[in-house]
Structure formats: structure tokens, C-alpha cells
Design a protein around this ligand. Sequence first.
Ligand code: GLP
Length: 288
Amino acid sequence: MQLASSCEILHRLFLITELRISPFKLRVIIEKDYEAMSRRAAGIIAKEIRRKPNAVLGLATGSTPLGVYKELIRMHEAENLDFSDVRTFNLDEYYRLRPDHPESYHSFMFKNLFEKINVKPENVSIPDGMAADIGLFCESYEKRIKNVGGIDIQLLGVGRDGHIGFNEPGSSLGSRTRLKTLTEETIRDNARFFDNEGEVPHFAVTMGVGTILDAKKLLMLASGSNKSKAVRDAIEGPVSAQVTASVLQLHPNVFVILDEEAASTLSRSAYYVYVEKMAEKFEAEAGT
Ligand code: GLP
């Protein structure tokens, strides 16, 4: 048997500490562009579904995850990715926007994913912005997530002010599903999907920051230079209720997948690229 060099032993120790023993695992993956980012994220979700066919997916809306959904649909059609036992929970929904409104998150999810895969409608959960008693509904949403054993993997986009779900700056880091008032910036940003800004709802029902933190794995995506500040604040800034995405730093199992533009203002991107190369090598050796 060949003796491992001391350099190799040190290298392996580094990897084990970085990936296995340390409970704090935040992987920052920088891909060339939006398509590569989307493929990488879809690959992680598909791996989870193949490992656990009745996986519980936390899903997100917005333009960022569209490429992931496209790739998951392709994998369903071309590679038999089976969603028949998968359960899904969406992050959020506008308050008092009918589910059949073209810009409701219900419509978004059915149009861009659910209608094109074999997920069972009864396994799909999206917050009900029309519920007569929103407080009661929010409690039942939390219970439903708990009853299926929690979310295995939660997909997240990020708002320009660093919000996840609709947890606007100032949201309690322990918050649970509830009604939130949207900021003017978020209303303006989301106006592009509506006929005019006046039509954008001012409130939304959203999983809380605490609800999101309970997921077993988090997968946050960001694309484009208009997200680079939010990304830097979230990953390299202090953990703060002013940037709710910064709580990712407290979670033990996080993938942040960025395109080069979204990563452009990170101060340690060369290190993240190096760690990722090492992580991939380690995983290939360990066969994980
Ligand atoms: C909304 C959604 C978020 C999403 C954000 C960014 O606020 N509630 O879940 O991450 O928009 O959207 P986009 O991906 O379109 O930039």
C-alpha cells in the first residue's frame, strides 16, 4: 500500500473538517450564467427526489427559479424524474388575490411547473391568500408542514433588499407563516408582472424566517448584477433582520448558487471557487 504524503493527509483533513464534521456548511457555487445556475440547482433537487421519492420540496416563485423548473420538466420528460410521491409547499402568496388571477403564485406554479410534471394536485400546498381567517390558515400551514416531517429542500430566490419569501427587512428571524406588508421597493419590483403598479397587492402570506430555517436543506439562487448587493449582504454581511437572507449563515446545510454577475461584488469569491473545487473532489472520492 502506498503511504499518503503528509501533504495529502493535511489536504484530506481539511476536506473532512470543511465538509463532514463542521456543522456549519454554507456552499457558495458560482456558475457562468443563468442557464448553468439553473441546471446546477435542478440537479440538486433531482438528486433529492431520487434519494427520497416522497421528498418534501419547498418552492419559490419569481423569475429566478423559472430556469430550474424548466430543467426539472426536461428531466421529468427525458430522464423519468418522478414526482408522483413528491409533496410541495410554496413559500408565499399574495393576500386577497384570487388563485385563478394570472399573477397569483397559484397560477404561476401550475403554469410553470405543476401542469408539466406528474405531481399530484393533492400533494401541492400553496398559502391561501383568500382564507377568511388568515391567522388560523397560517397556523394550519405550519402544522401541515410539520405533519409531513418538515421540508427536505427549500428553494429560495432573493429580493433586491435581501428578503427571502416575503420576509421584508425587519422581519423577526424567528417568524413563522403570517401576513406581511410589502415594501414599496418590492411592490415596484413585482409591478412588471402586473398591468400597472396599482394592481400589485400590498400584503402577502409568507412562510416566516423561522419556518424557512427549519427546512433540512436550503438552496438559494441569484442571477444578475441587480442582485449582487443583496447576495453580498446575505453571505458576507452580519446576520440581521434587515437582510433576512443573511440567516442562511445560521443554517447547517445551505447551497447558494449564483451566476457570475450576482457574485460580482463578493469579496471572497476566489476562495469560494477553491472550496467548491475541493468539495467536488471530495464528493467524487467519497461517492456521495
Ligand atoms: C418576490 C418573491 C421572492 C422572490 C423575489 C425575487 O418577492 N416573494 O420569493 O425571491 O420576489 O424575485 P425575482 O426572482 O423575480 O427577482
